[in-house]
Design a protein around this ligand. Structure first.
Ligand SMILES: CC(C)(COP(=O)(O)OP(=O)(O)OC[C@H]1O[C@@H](n2cnc3c(N)ncnc32)[C@H](O)[C@@H]1OP(=O)(O)O)[C@@H](O)C(=O)NCCC(=O)NCCS
Length: 266
């Protein structure tokens, strides 16, 4: 048995104060008047700052085409009954979902998706063009529909898809983005309201209209950049999956030879 070491004596009462004094030599002068808060950047700097902020929460979004129909169907079939009801406004059966996915006109509409690392489609948005604005034939409108798998919610994916849909529609010369949602669908209505949409409730159903600004060179560059980065991200994930599959294959073959070698020796 060893005797415990004697406890060190407590520090003198002024020990902390002493260090404060030493450190004060390097810190701000306590007697000096407070520094004014820095002005938020304006002009091109404000744009650069906004772009950097967006980049820090960037999510790769990919434009989908006909060849993605199988993934789109898989994604929609994975929605729980309650989510199917919120997404389509009725309890869509598997058959109705397949029919809907097969009817998407990729030449006219925009379909946007977010893939996870395993290339599973976790979020999907459909921007349907060619919607008439009742009583205002000179105006152009697109309808937005979205779904995010339950396990990927509340991470801002729905909002990002909404923003991307607005950007695409705007660059196509559309002036209004329309969302039809059940009034109980608080996340969807929250996304629309936060973007500045006018929300009108009519009992159990709600309609939201978001007026889009005119397209600019900057909005077109932003869309092109998003498209290229989204494509790059997808290809990168695909390569990673191929390499991972190859490594798994090698490990399997090695394990097979190891076990047959052991069996031969025995
Ligand atoms: C609507 C939906 C797409 C939202 O996707 P999401 O990725 O979870 O959305 P976000 O993470 O961008 O968050 C949406 C907002 O709703 C808020 N929210 C989430 N759950 C909420 C709830 N139960 N009540 C109120 N607000 C809620 C979030 O806090 C967030 O607001 P904030 O950014 O101000 O904090 C998703 O819930 C979904 O797929 N639902 C089923 C299909 C559907 O309803 N589609 C819409 C009809 S077209």
């Amino acid at each position: 048995m060893t005797t415990p070491p004697t406890a060190p004596p407590p520090p003198p009462d002024d020990a902390v104060t002493g260090w404060d004094h030493e450190l004060a030599a390097f810190g701000p002068d306590a007697a000096a008047p407070p520094m004014p808060a820095p002005e938020p950047p304006t002009g091109p700097l404000a744009g650069a700052r906004a772009a950097l902020e967006r980049l820090s929460t960037w999510v790769p979004i990919r434009s989908l085409g006909r060849r993605h129909r199988r993934r789109i169907i898989e994604h929609l079939l994975a929605l729980e009954p309650e989510d199917r009801y919120l997404r389509f406004g009725y309890p869509a059966s598997d058959e109705q979902i397949r029919k809907y996915a097969l009817s998407i006109d990729f030449a006219r509409d925009e379909v946007l998706g977010i893939f996870n690392r395993r290339l599973y489609l976790i979020a999907l948005a459909h921007v349907a063009y060619g919607q008439p604005v009742p009583g205002e034939p000179q105006r152009t409108m697109a309808e937005f529909g979205v779904s995010v798998l339950a396990q990927s919610r509340s991470r801002g994916l729905g909002r990002r898809l909404f923003d991307a849909a607005g950007l695409h529609a705007r660059n196509r010369g559309i002036d209004t983005l329309f969302i039809h949602a059940l009034s109980e669908n608080r996340p969807m209505l929250r996304i629309a309201a936060a973007a500045g949409a006018t929300v009108e409730r009519d009992g159990g159903e709600s309609a939201a209209w978001l007026r889009l600004p005119k397209d600019t060179i900057s909005s077109r560059v932003e869309q092109a950049l998003e498209r290229h980065l989204g494509e790059l991200d997808f290809q990168f994930k695909r390569q990673a999956q191929v390499i991972s599959g190859f490594v798994d294959g090698v490990a399997e073959v090695k394990a097979h030879f190891d076990s047959s070698g052991r069996a031969a020796k025995q």
